[in-house]
Design a protein around this ligand. Structure first.
Ligand code: M6R
Length: 356
């Protein structure tokens, strides 16, 4: 039931801080210990390489989790599109571990890979939002996203739940090996508060969506590192519901070709949440601006400039994707409202894709 919300998507965007809270309650005890199966943690920590396999938004959640996961666990992580992995299996590590990310747990492309890796005898974990789903049943281990039913075709809360749950998993694996400098519970609480703060900027973001996207046919999202991963997700969200041709690019890659597409008034949205890369991304925004682009900057408060349009509260640098994705979801939502389309049921799309 969407209650007083005009669309499920808005309700689901607004539920994200609550979902984060639920994940903390489910996966931590009162003393701050992580509640995850020891054999699962030992298997992952003893593996040589982790393969995250997923589609669409879930694939993007994998990309946005890679840096945090590797930093904490010290196990290399590869993120793969299920539909590609199905046809060409890369040379696998001797002790691989597969993580399947899927909101529905029914995505045929992902299942196809799971069947194959099961045949190879590889161990696996399915992270889904539907406990009894096919992937959850067929993988060796299963964890639930606790996001509650996601009805809108455009996935929002499942994305942030996947990143948050992977961060808890990575933290638990790190604790198997060594003491952690991190207090993850505290960091997730900060993220939750930051998300809530971004949601209070809803009306401001609505105005920006109107101004930037009502009458455009194309848009670009740019960023570096995790900001690049979020750019890919931001672009997918915008294109699937507003039908604007949107692309996410690594900011440094623009000059190697894509910049040719910039015309007078082309919207370019820059994501800036990393101290290491913020100046470089700003440089890229200047380059497109001087070629006529209309720029919108989403920046973390520490490196924000007066002209930036959306300011994000500070959270752990490797968890900032949980915060920065929220305004991009709202931009896609309001852009679609302004263009007069059905937000929850975009054309040609189904909630779960059960064909390969
Ligand atoms: O249920 P899954 O997470 O496996 O679904 C994967 C994709 O089909 C899904 O994320 C799709 O890209 C969404 N419509 C994106 O909003």
């Amino acid at each position: 039931d969407k209650g007083t919300y005009p669309f499920y998507m808005l309700k689901e965007i607004e539920e994200q801080p609550l979902v984060l809270r639920r994940l903390q309650q489910k996966y931590f005890d009162f003393h701050g210990n992580v509640l995850l199966d020891d054999t699962l943690l030992q298997e992952i920590s003893a593996s040589e390489r982790i393969y995250i396999v997923a589609c669409g938004t879930s694939y993007h959640a994998g990309l946005a989790s890679k840096a945090f996961f590797e930093t904490l666990t010290k196990v290399p992580v590869e993120v793969h599109l299920a539909s590609e992995f199905g046809y060409y299996t890369p040379i696998l590590a001797k002790k691989p571990f597969f993580i399947y990310l899927s909101q529905s747990g029914e995505t045929a492309d992902s299942r196809q890979v799971l069947v194959k890796t099961n045949q190879l005898g590889a161990s696996s974990l399915a992270i889904t939002n539907v406990p009894g789903s096919t992937l959850a049943r067929e993988a060796k281990y299963a964890l639930s996203l606790e996001a509650g039913p996601e009805i809108a075709v455009a996935s929002t809360k499942a994305y942030t739940a996947q990143i948050a749950l992977l961060s808890i998993l990575a933290y638990a694996i790190q604790l198997e090996k060594e003491d952690s400098q991190l207090n993850l519970l505290q960091e997730l609480t900060l993220v939750e508060e930051a998300m809530t703060q971004v949601l209070t900027q809803k009306e401001h973001i609505h105005q920006l969506a109107k101004d930037f996207f009502r009458d455009t046919n194309s848009a670009f999202f740019i960023g570096r590192g995790n900001d690049y991963a979020v750019s890919l997700e931001a672009a997918l969200k915008l294109k699937e519901i507003s039908y604007i041709q949107a692309e996410g690019f690594a900011a440094g890659e623009l000059k190697h070709g894509t910049i040719a597409l910039i015309e007078d008034g082309t919207p370019v949205i820059g994501l800036i949440t990393s101290e290491v890369t913020h100046l470089h991304t700003r440089g890229n925004l200047e380059e497109v601006k001087s070629r006529g682009a209309k720029t919108l900057v989403i920046s973390e408060t520490t490196f924000a400039q007066a002209s930036d349009q959306i300011i994000l509260p500070k959270a752990h640098p490797l968890l900032m994707s949980l915060v920065s994705v929220v305004p991009t979801q709202l931009l896609a939502y309001y852009a679609t409202l302004e263009r007069g389309y059905d937000v929850d049921k975009p054309r040609n799309l189904a909630k779960s894709v059960t064909v390969e």
